[in-house]
Write a new protein. Structure first.
Length: 136
């Protein structure tokens, strides 16, 4: 099933991060708004590791990008990532739940700046990101 709004971006269920049809994807679900933050939980498994027992940094980057992109989509904004900056604070162990939070920092014209964080269940910061999105 394909989702489309106003002839812009389409979702056919094959998104690597949230697509239910992609057998190799992360299958993120249970997104929700908590105030101004858009939130999702994810527990990386061994198949998501880089170094033994550590979640691959590219998976963390995907989680951060997805929470911001999907937040904008849920708010009715079609936008593409133009720039993504990530700062990693500590390794994310596999098998431990991460909470991913995203929010809009500011917007001007077609440009939207959003931020996101990935945290362990203890509240310890794993990584943070800032991204610039361009509305389509």
């Amino acid at each position: 099933m394909s989702t489309q709004r106003d002839g812009q971006l389409q979702d056919d269920g094959w998104c690597f991060a949230c697509g239910s049809h992609n057998p190799h994807g992360l299958h993120l679900t249970d997104f929700c708004f908590e105030g101004d933050h858009y939130v999702c939980n994810f527990t990386p498994q061994r198949c998501h590791q880089g170094w033994v027992g550590t979640t691959h940094g590219g998976i963390i980057a995907t989680l951060l990008d997805e929470i911001m992109t999907r937040m904008l989509w849920e708010q009715g904004t079609d936008a593409l990532t133009g720039e993504l900056r990530i700062r990693y604070h500590q390794p994310a162990p596999t098998g431990h739940q991460l909470t991913i939070r995203g929010w809009t920092e500011r917007s001007s014209g077609r440009l939207i700046v959003a931020e996101a964080q990935a945290e362990l269940s203890s509240g310890e910061l794993v990584a943070e990101a800032q991204a610039k999105f361009v509305q389509t």
